[in-house]
Design a binder for this molecule. Sequence first.
Ligand code: HEM
Ligand code: HEM
Length: 196
Amino acid sequence: MQLKSTTTSYGTVAVVLHWLSALLILGMIPLGFLMQRADEGTQLLLYRMHVAVGAVVLLLTLARVTWKLFDTRVLPVPGLAGVHVWGMIGIHGLLYLGLLALLVSGVILNVQSGLIEVIQGSSIEAIPDLSGFTARAAHGNLARIYIGLLIAHIGGVIVHQVRYGHVLVRMGIGTRQPAAAISESGADGDEIERHR
Ligand code: HEM
Ligand code: HEM
């Protein structure tokens, strides 16, 4: 696999950034719910982890968006009906926008509530009650909307994987079947890219 994407599959950089971000985000959701119910001894550690991993996700997202500006645009899965293409593009866009909104609301809540000082250790107070903050309600609602988007994204991938058989390969999972590669464009996409 080459660093840059081709018109038919994602390159190493996009694949690594996708799966690393996915792993961290999928961990952040249960952590966000569980940390509030944790006992006093572990709660601060879990809040610190949530904020630190959030910062890493933010950096990865910035890297991902920047890389996208220079990367080759991967075309939609061939054979997909127009409505599915727009659905897929829409969900991908909303996954980026939703993530940005989650990260921004998390940071605002952290700063507004003074939680940041507790997390950094410059205040010895306990974790403050965050329930009255608008950013807290926004963050919680956005997290639930994001779970819905992820279900739609993963569901869509599974449906298209079952129907066309080579969607996961585009994102670096498994190997390309020769028949699938040929039916996509009449030639291997990587081959086309090498001759561009
Ligand atoms: C938090 C979790 C996830 C997020 C935020 C996410 C986000 C995205 C985004 C934004 C894209 C568009 C390509 C890009 O910009 O990099 C994409 C593509 C893709 N994702 Fe995910 N994803 C997640 C989890 C998953 C999981 C669990 C699967 C496996 C079922 C998956 C499979 C794929 C595949 C196969 C593509 C390529 C679709 C195509 O062929 O164009 N993703 N994902
Ligand atoms: C990948 C991005 C993120 C995801 C998926 C995520 C997810 C979640 C979830 C699911 C909750 C629980 C919501 C609820 O119970 O209603 C939560 C709460 C919270 N998150 Fe995040 N979060 C993210 C980023 C951040 C960031 C960057 C910060 C801070 C800088 C942050 C700070 C908080 C705080 C302070 C709470 C509230 C806990 C409380 O009410 O005691 N989050 N998050």
